[in-house]
Design a binder for this molecule. Structure first.
Ligand code: FES
Ligand SMILES: [Fe+2]
Length: 419
């Protein structure tokens, strides 16, 4: 790859200024497709889920006809919020203030003392619709009724990931953590592997953090990260035992969680540690009735990470997915990070209601590697406020997916690009 002429400079205002955050609130969030929930949260008629992003609140429901509907979460009488949180067995959407009421499909059902309002057109008083669609188990919404379809917005990721059979991943839990940093700082930490040598050094003996191929499409990005091999950053390499120890320390659950890692399990002749790990993951899949026979060794062991504009990164392993999402907080210095944990299950296996938890950053324990990311993100915003720091300097190669986020933000925030 040719050496770039210079770093990409990004003005720090994008991360700290209320004016920039206001532009995002005005021009980005009300118009872009956003991951809101999962089909496991909304599996039965009457299930509902409130998705919040900054000041926006969207109510998603599963109707009695089995389809998903979404509405702006507002009562058409005097603007009260209709529902909060999530739940089940919703029969109707009734405002608690003066008890106006709608069917789950958004049609006006009842207004107490209706005649006192005079003539009132039913069509004018349906709930305000929001687009809703799914990719695998993930539910997305868009408040812009003229937006392109989700499948077009996500292109080419839906096609690209078909081989992973995304519909087989079931949501186990969603963990939400409030962090003292901008939402972009949060997702930036999942848009490059340049920081592995900084804060995840224990991964270096079992991860190629440098040469994993990255793609930045127009809007979204991708990284394939090989595991079970040594980082080029370790000049002296690593022994097979060190590769095994590193893999077990960072992804041990994939091979039965040996803790401490102990000696390398018995190997077949000429079998590398990477080959051994592939074999162990395959046999664990078999034990869980999962069919991994179509997958190549690289597909089995490596990380297949996507960055979907603006704020999510689905990180696929063959047996599980972690989807990272960040959402803006009440100031540019705050955000929420949500970690969706999904596990591949047999297609006919029962799926259950996910566990949703909110935890504080100090006590968050979300796995060794995520813990390091969370601890680091608690430090990034204060630095950005120092008066001598005027811009971020990004590598166009190693941080290409962050550069791409900013190129897209330029596009979305500029009225000149409105259709
Ligand atoms: S604000 Fe909802 S019924 Fe009055
Ligand atoms: Fe990280």
């Amino acid at each position: 790859m040719p050496t770039p002429a210079e770093p990409v400079r990004i003005a720090v205002e994008r991360y700290v200024s209320p004016e920039w955050a206001a532009q995002e609130a005005d021009r980005l969030w009300p118009r872009v497709w956003q991951l809101a929930s999962t089909t496991d949260h909304l599996s039965k008629a009457g299930d509902f889920y409130e998705y919040i992003c900054g000041k926006l609140s969207v109510l998603i429901v599963r109707t009695q006809y089995g389809d998903l509907r979404a509405y702006q979460n507002v009562c058409l009488h005097r603007g009260n919020e209709l529902c909060s949180g999530s739940g089940t067995d919703l029969q109707e959407i009734r405002c608690s203030y003066h008890r106006w009421c709608w069917d789950l499909d958004g049609k006006l059902k009842e207004i107490p003392s209706r005649r006192a309002f005079g003539v009132l057109d039913e069509d004018e008083f349906g709930l305000i619709p929001v687009l809703v669609d799914t990719w695998g188990s993930l539910v997305f919404i868009n408040l812009d009724l003229h937006a392109e379809p989700l499948i077009d917005f996500l292109s080419p990721i839906v096609e690209e990931t078909k081989w992973l059979r995304p519909e087989e991943y079931a949501t186990q839990a969603v963990v939400t953590i409030a962090l003292p940093c901008n939402w972009k700082s949060g997702i930036d930490a999942f848009s490059e592997t340049y920081h592995v040598q900084g804060i995840h050094r224990q991964m270096l003996a079992s991860t190629d953090d440098v040469n994993g191929p990255q793609i930045a499409w127009d809007r979204h990005g991708k990284l394939n990260q090989p595991y079970g091999i040594v980082s080029p950053r370790l000049r002296d390499g690593a022994s097979d035992q060190e590769i095994w120890d590193s893999f077990c320390a960072t992804q041990g659950e994939r091979v039965g969680k040996p803790s401490p890692p102990g000696p390398i399990p018995a190997r077949e002749p000429e079998e590398s540690v990477r080959d051994l790990i592939v074999r162990l993951i395959r046999s664990r899949g078999q034990e869980s009735d999962l069919d991994f026979s179509d997958f190549s060794d690289g597909q089995i062991i490596d990380l297949h990470q996507y960055n979907c504009f603006p704020n999510i990164s689905p990180v696929f392993l063959i047996e599980s997915v972690a989807v990272v999402r960040t959402r803006p907080g009440s100031t540019p210095d705050d955000c929420l990070i949500d970690l969706f944990f999904l596990k591949r299950i047999a297609l006919d296996a029962p799926r259950s209601q996910p566990l949703d938890v909110v935890i504080d950053a100090e006590s968050a324990d979300v796995g060794a590697v995520f813990n390091q990311d969370i601890a680091n993100l608690r430090k990034v915003q204060r630095g950005m406020h120092q008066p001598g720091f005027t811009h971020l300097s990004l590598s166009p190669i190693e941080e290409t997916r962050i550069c791409q986020l900013h190129r897209n933000l330029d596009h979305w925030l500029s009225p000149a690009n409105d259709d």
